[in-house]
Design a protein around this ligand. Structure first.
Ligand SMILES: Cc1cc2nc3c(=O)[nH]c(=O)nc-3n(C[C@H](O)[C@H](O)[C@H](O)COP(=O)(O)OP(=O)(O)OC[C@H]3O[C@@H](n4cnc5c(N)ncnc54)[C@H](O)[C@@H]3O)c2cc1C
Length: 439
């Protein structure tokens, strides 16, 4: 438990308070590890978490204000990645005190990187159909199966794993949620190269990999409930733009190699990690407008209209987020809005892809596959974010799929919000082992 995270007085000005703290504590000469140690144990890395567990009990609104204040100040934000976004909040909700003590400190200080071992070749939208199995062996579990699409698996120390622990139960009931050590003999991570040139995700093969019994989160065969908590945090974060305002450009964990680097190197280059490539959302309506003005396309009525359409959708998404936040702050909910937010995000990404390529013209057929190529392409064409545009174009197929596909979001809105009849299903009460399997 932290003894340095103090509870904030109700009504105090959190922005002023975090700024005072930053004046006393931010030092660009620190290593990333030392800076995150200070930030994480102070309670400012995730101020919305409980004060007993490295937070300050702040509301989400105040938490966002703190994130923005840290970014405005020019300090390195809290560790990004799936530890802080998904694993930490899930453990806060479902973990016991020993587990909170074991995992949360390393999450807020970025000492460990995390990945999410949910999807399998035969279980994506139908996640509860997963076949990876865990069998008890003394004080441990032995895990065998395959996961796929594992973002950041190649730099993760720990994984959020869901595995089948009781095939005699119906498919949603016999699943358990574990924290698995990603660096062990029975676990192989194979990167998947994408058409962008990057390899952000992986296949993970588990052949009698081991998990400690006390690394089970939320109890035996209760994994579906715990996984849904993780997915809820994922959707909320994606609908809000992936937490980009507060996202750190340094990567958490022992394998990425950022912990020993100078913290100041990650904040000095105007939103880009030194030596890094274009960011996916570097192609906003503002930057596309700038580019269209620079290459004369802004005078074309069709382009102007599409720029306005993109801007309008982006603003609608922002207002919807604010509506949801305001409703939540008042203790209400707006059913379906997180799903709509996710659909809107997918739509904006596709719009940005099409418009970006239209503005780039023939240059849009050129793509840089590594940092050097991206840099020289931007320079040779005189288009400052050409590599951002082509990367957006090639990655645009991703957002409509991850975090629950667009079709699944529409199903949820139809069935749970509009009250339309559910898809017929025979698999809810049948033991998993009796169900026909994919593949
Ligand atoms: C960039 C990226 C990163 C990802 N990162 C991770 C990660 O870190 N960890 C992880 O576990 N997973 C990750 N995923 C996996 C992602 O969650 C799955 O791809 C997603 O759930 C879809 O599953 P699937 O690919 O098996 O497609 P399927 O479920 O096989 O779907 C195929 C098609 O059928 C449609 N479909 C399926 N069921 C229905 C239905 N009932 N009604 C209507 N249409 C339907 C889908 O919409 C889709 O178009 C990632 C995916 C991407 C693209």
């Amino acid at each position: 438990m932290t003894d340095t995270a103090d509870r904030i007085e109700v009504g105090s000005d959190v922005v002023a308070e975090v700024k005072d703290w930053l004046v006393d504590n931010w030092d660009p000469e620190l290593t990333v590890a030392d800076w995150w140690e200070r930030l994480g144990t102070s309670g400012w890395a995730v101020p919305t978490w409980p004060s007993a567990w490295f937070g300050k009990d702040l509301s989400r609104d105040d938490g966002n204000r703190v994130q923005q204040a840290i970014a405005d100040f020019g300090a390195l934000p809290a560790p990004g990645g799936l530890g802080l976004m998904l694993a930490g909040p899930t453990i806060v909700v479902h973990g016991d005190n020993d587990q909170k003590a074991r995992y949360l400190r390393d999450i807020v200080t970025g000492q460990r990187g995390w990945c999410q071992l949910f999807s399998e070749p035969g279980a994506g939208s139908d996640l509860a159909g997963l076949q990876c199995r865990a069998e008890k062996d003394g004080e441990e579990w032995v895990v065998t199966g395959q996961k796929v699409w594992t973002s950041g698996g190649h730099v993760a120390d720990l994984g959020m794993l869901i595995a089948r622990t009781d095939p005699d139960q119906p498919k949603h009931a016999g699943i358990t949620y574990f924290v698995i050590d990603m660096r062990q003999p029975g676990l192989e991570v194979r990167p998947l190269r994408e058409m962008t040139g990057r390899a952000l995700f992986n296949e993970v093969f588990l052949s009698e990999a081991r998990v400690r019994d006390d690394a089970m989160i939320g109890g035996l065969n209760n994994g579906w409930k715990v996984a849904n908590t993780t997915l809820m945090f994922e959707r909320t974060s994606l609908g809000a733009g992936g937490g980009s305002a507060g996202a750190s450009l340094a990567t958490a964990g022992t394998l990425a190699g950022d912990l020993e680097r100078r913290a100041g190197d990650f904040v000095s280059s105007g939103g880009r990690k030194s030596g890094g490539g274009a960011t996916l959302f570097g192609t906003s309506s503002k930057s596309l407008t700038k580019l269209a003005k620079a290459n004369g396309k802004a005078s074309e009525p069709a382009i102007r209209q599409k720029l306005m359409e993109l801007h309008t959708f982006s603003e609608l998404a922002r207002f919807n987020n604010l509506r949801l936040k305001a409703a939540k702050a008042a203790g209400h909910d707006i059913p379906g809005l997180p799903n709509i937010a996710k659909l809107t995000m997918s739509h904006i990404v596709r719009q940005s892809r099409d418009l970006g390529l239209e503005i780039a013209g023939g240059y849009g057929m050129l793509h840089g596959y590594d940092t050097e190529q991206r840099k020289s392409l931007d320079e040779a064409t005189g288009m400052p974010f050409l590599s951002g545009i082509t990367e957006m174009a090639l990655f645009a197929q991703g957002p409509p799929i991850y975090g629950g596909t667009d079709q699944v979001q529409r199903n949820i809105i139809g069935e749970r919000v509009l009250g339309l009849p559910k898809e017929p299903g025979f698999d809810k009460n049948t033991p998993f082992k009796e169900l026909p399997k994919n593949g």
